[in-house]
Ligand binder design. Structure first.
Ligand code: FE
Ligand code: CA
Length: 487
């Protein structure tokens, strides 16, 4: 028997403590998100019964021109989160939205639909990743909220499942998270941050995940420390991710499985191919003794095994088709980590990134050559450093043509690599034009018919609230000429 819905709830605290968000934009539809959590760090603070939530979406901030309104159910099954799919909207149109529960009213969010299928208007977006809560403030999110954008893309490490690093400015709500309740409390800890709420409330987001939404360096069904019953943990983590992101119902998890890879069209200007390189990947080669996960290794035959996949074969074929069928001027491949080959000191490769899966990288880059436009830009995160690179089918051949451009963004707040790790990398790897692990921030991109303009936006310090932001480097990618040029 289904539980009765609480139509007129009363709350002991603010039920909208985690703010509002929107995302997964289409030309006629956007997802509106909130979660009722009057006691956010202790399971949310509601009885396990469904709660009625009203929503409104309007053309104006004063809600005089409401275009749609409706009722949604905040179900305890999904931690009293709400994922409203507001349909029948106009393309490339700005909207305001809010929620009501009992006497409480949510903050107002602003969102935007994708442009119509034939649009050739410029597309402006920012992308970001890696927001370790303990290591810094989310000041970069606040600055991102003030940019003039059509959308934000988040590439993973939205939460961190455990504490690490040094010079913390604040603390997680608890220890390493394993259970559904613990993952929910961890998301609540992050989502209470006012700067993060501001950026969610300002733009629609497209999201994917990396490893820390579950466990550091996990691969498919295997944890870094080889813990047993890892798929139960993955199921809890994926469910909590779904509960806290503006994702469509179609993305809802089935136990430990959840499909988040997806393409989004922004007219004929851009197709965003959003990937998941965690859920389906083969295990990392040559881990440290007694463990799984990443390592720095010398080249070996296993690494180059053509049967190895990082996306899984199904997603790889899907991407191939998604690229081939694209009529966009710019194909943006939005994925987790650095794609370009990096030969580290001592001639080693890092096995958790694409360097652990070179045959899969080559197949992906070959697929970018089998589509109408020659403009592919790979965006990534994970390494907590900016990197601007030429992507080639053969990185070891200096004469090999550049087939795509890579822009990797630094972290929002997670600490960067030690200086000695990035020093000399660009010299040792001539296809890497720029690398900087010292600054935190995000990347802004403007795509137009003739060029892509890229600004690396860095905050002065993630340890100091209210730090200013500035552009530390700017690049242009000209249409039909892969590779970024400094301006
Ligand atoms: Fe990270
Ligand atoms: Ca990561």
């Amino acid at each position: 028997m289904s539980q009765p819905v609480i139509a007129r709830p009363t709350f002991k605290g603010n039920p909208f403590s985690l703010g509002v968000a929107s995302g997964s934009p289409l030309p006629d539809s956007v997802v509106l998100w909130t979660r009722l959590a009057p006691d956010p760090l202790h399971g949310g603070g509601l009885v396990p019964q469904p709660v009625a939530v009203k929503w409104e979406i309007a053309r104006d901030e004063g809600f005089h021109k409401i275009v749609q309104a409706g009722k949604a159910i905040a179900s305890p099954h999904y931690a009293h989160s709400v994922h409203v799919e507001a349909n029948g909207l106009q393309p490339a149109c700005s909207y305001y939205y809010r929620f009501f529960a009992g006497d409480a009213v949510s903050p107002i969010g602003q969102t935007q639909t994708a442009p119509s299928a034939d649009s050739l208007d410029p597309v402006r977006f920012s992308f970001a990743s890696c927001q370790m809560y303990e290591q810094g403030y989310f000041t970069a999110q606040r600055h991102m909220a003030q940019e003039d954008l059509d959308l934000v893309i988040f590439l993973g490490d939205y939460i961190y499942e455990h504490s690490w690093g040094k010079n913390d400015v604040r603390k997680h709500e608890g220890h390493e998270v394993y259970t559904l309740d613990e993952y929910r409390n961890r998301y609540a800890c992050y989502k209470q941050d006012p700067d993060l709420q501001l950026c969610h409330a300002r733009f629609p987001w497209i999201v994917t995940w990396d490893d820390h939404e579950v466990d550091n360096d996990y691969a498919k069904d295997r944890a870094e420390d080889l813990e047993t019953n890892f798929l139960a943990r993955r199921a809890a983590a994926y469910r909590a991710f779904y509960e806290h992101m503006p994702l469509r119902d179609a993305c809802a998890p089935h136990n430990a499985d959840m499909r988040i890879y997806q393409a989004y069209d922004f007219g004929r200007m851009t197709r965003f191919h959003v990937l998941d390189d965690r859920q389906y990947r083969d295990y990392e080669v040559s881990p440290k003794p007694g463990r799984a996960g990443s390592n720095y290794i010398k080249d070996c035959p296993e690494r180059n095994d053509p049967h190895r996949t990082i996306l899984g074969w199904e997603q790889e074929n899907w991407l191939k088709d998604s690229l081939k069928n694209s009529s966009a001027t710019w194909d943006i491949i939005a994925q987790q980590t650095l794609m370009a080959q990096v030969v580290h000191r001592g001639g080693t490769f890092w096995t958790d990134g694409w360097d652990g899966y070179p045959a899969a990288r080559r197949r992906l880059l070959e697929a970018t050559q089998d589509k109408p436009s020659s403009n592919s830009i790979v965006i990534g995160g994970d390494v907590h450093a900016y990197a601007v690179c030429d992507l080639k089918l053969d990185f070891d051949d200096p004469q090999a043509p550049v087939v795509a451009t890579e822009i990797c963004g630094t972290s929002i707040s997670s600490q960067g690599p030690p200086k000695k790790e990035t020093l000399g990398l660009a010299e040792q790897n001539p296809h890497i034009h720029y690398v900087n692990g010292d600054a935190r921030g995000y990347v802004r991109v403007e795509l137009s018919k003739g060029k892509a303009e890229v600004a690396l936006r860095a905050i002065e310090s993630e340890k100091v609230p209210d730090s200013p932001v500035r552009t530390i480097a700017q690049y242009v990618v000209e249409a039909d000429r892969p590779g970024a040029h400094s301006v």
